[in-house]
Design a protein around this ligand. Sequence first.
Ligand SMILES: [Zn+2]
Length: 94
Amino acid sequence: MSERSRTEPVRTCLGCRERSDRNTMLRLVVSGTAGSHVQLSPDPTGARPGRGGWIHPHCLDQAIARRGFGRAFRSGGPFDTSAVESYITALPPQ
Ligand SMILES: [Zn+2]
């Protein structure tokens, strides 16, 4: 059984726009809205339904600055990334 035929293992980072193995990246999904903010949550399993976007954990700030989330999630935002920041902060150092 080949995973390759079913699932492309490479994703493009919303921050630096480079393509990397998805195992080194973090998937983000829209988890809801809070007021005018679109809430983003980490999806470490990469299996949650809905529209997702991928970043390198260290590229979160860059993705925000480059408005990569707007393209990925088809929304003008603003985006609440506090849950993602908490998750990344808790990751063990690489
Ligand atoms: Zn990146």
